[in-house]
Design a protein around this ligand. Sequence first.
Ligand code: SF4
Length: 138
Amino acid sequence: MLNNNAYIINNHENGVKKFEKKRNITCIICPQGCNLEVWYNENNEVKEIKGYSCKRGLEYGWNESTNPVRMLTTTIQIDGGKLPVVPVKSNKPLPKDLLFECMNVIRKVQLKAPVRAGEVVIKNILNTGVDIVTTRDM
Ligand code: SF4
C-alpha cells in the first residue's frame, strides 16, 4: 500500500507481469458517496476511473487525482475589532498542496479594524490568482 490509499497491483496478463496502481476515492459531490477507483499506468498517469454513477463523479475523480483543490477558510488576527480575529476564506479553490504554505502566509498578517465583509486582505496569495477575503464586518 502507498500513501493516499493507493495500491500497487501486479497483474499477470498472458503470462506477462503488468504494473498497475489503484487508488480509492469517495465521491463527495452528492450524498450517495460512490466509491471511485482511479487506475494509473506505470508513468503514474490516470488511465481509467471506475465506480462513478454520473458525469459529475467522473469529473470529481479526475480533478481529485490530477489537480486536487480545496477552499480555504480560517481566521486572521485583527486589532481594534470586537473579536481578536476575523473569519476569512479563499475566493476560489486553492491547490491542495499549497494550503499549508498559504496558512503560513495568513498567520503572519495582522489587520486593523474596521474591515468590511468581502474585503480582499491578501491579493493573489502565493501567485495562485486566488485572493483571501473577509467573510464578515468587523
Ligand atoms: S458519482 Fe455521481 S451519484 Fe455518485 S456520489 Fe458522485 S455525484 Fe453522486
